[in-house]
Design a protein around this ligand. Structure first.
Ligand code: SF4
Length: 307
């Protein structure tokens, strides 16, 4: 599955020398670790706009209600970048992207907290890159992260899980799909969703229960939006422990008191941060195989995301 996953990326993160100073901002995690598992679609908006390398720096500057993209020599590239970005992100439709990694702080690519020079001349970290803005507007459910945030283990795990789920959604909705397939997809992702949000789990459950009565396009959009929004909320040890305890219930009468106690202890030690989640999860996988619990065997939470 991993070879087929396609992820957009700011070209400089792969080591391409496209920055204003002729350099790059290679990220080892993005280029080496993520790059070993996905096919990248690199884009450098500033080079593709024809600004050349090296080039004077660009800044975001507030002018009234608008934020303009202005070069150090005074030329305003806002309109041309907005037009280029809208066309470029539309063309990404042909790439079937399942995620995007953007370069932080860039006036073109930055996702959050990009410097905006206020009318006072003082910068505030309140902006978003012009290309990133167009990307999110056109692909609001696409998993998007900055390379800086991917240094954080929880954010990285969350991003990779969302990319996998989005990729599976793309596979589901390619070609002719049935409501039954959406229900089966949702059933397989129930515990994964529950690890992120109980409210989202209930909301998606209600949506799928009404699926037959819905227009197909509406169902596809609502399910995609609901799943990706739910998974954006970070799973915590407490939420994971609740899911693991929930799974324990499926072994009632099938495992002996010693195995039950061993699982309970592993879940509690994970919740307290003493051991990693893989320990109780491995025990659960073992019992799922041994006892043949079909519902759990079909859960992506148990089978993993494939990374
Ligand atoms: S941050 Fe974006 S625009 Fe700047 S060099 Fe990297 S890819 Fe190009």
């Amino acid at each position: 599955m991993a070879e087929a996953i396609r992820v957009g990326v700011s070209s400089c993160l792969l080591g391409q020398q496209v920055r204003y100073d002729g350099g790059h901002k290679r990220s080892d995690f993005v280029a080496d670790i993520l790059g070993a598992r996905v096919t990248f679609v690199p884009v450098c908006p500033e080079v593709e706009l024809g600004l050349g390398t090296p080039r004077p720096t660009l800044r975001l500057i507030r002018r009234g209600d608008d934020v303009r993209m202005v070069m150090a020599d005074g030329r305003d590239f806002t309109d041309s970048m907005r037009t280029y970005a809208r066309r470029r992100v539309e063309r990404l439709k042909d790439d079937d992207l399942a995620g995007y990694v953007l370069k932080k702080d860039s006036p073109s690519c930055g996702l959050t907290r990009v410097k905006v020079y206020e009318e006072t001349g003082i910068p505030t970290k309140s902006g978003r890159g012009v290309y990133a803005e167009a990307l999110l507007e056109r692909w609001p459910h696409l998993p998007v992260e900055e390379e800086g945030r991917l240094q954080d283990e929880a954010l990285r795990e969350n991003f990779l899980e969302r990319v996998s789920a989005y990729h599976r959604l793309q596979e589901l909705f390619q070609g002719r799909w049935t409501v039954g397939q959406v229900v089966a997809f949702h059933t397989a992702h129930k515990l994964a969703v529950l690890a992120h949000t109980t409210e989202g789990y209930r909301r998606l459950g209600r949506l799928v229960a009404d699926a037959k009565a819905m227009d197909r396009a509406e169902l596809r959009e609502a399910y995609t939006a609901g799943l990706m929004q739910a998974m954006t909320l970070l799973a915590t040890p407490k939420k994971h422990a609740n899911v693991l305890m929930h799974m324990l219930g499926y072994f009632r009468g099938q495992i002996d008191a010693g195995d039950h106690e061993e699982l309970l202890t592993a879940i509690e030690e994970f919740r307290l941060g003493v051991i990693p989640r893989i320990v109780p999860l491995t025990l659960i996988r073992h019992h799922v195989r041994r006892c043949g619990v079909a519902y759990l065997a079909g859960q992506t939470y148990v089978t993993g995301t494939g990374w």
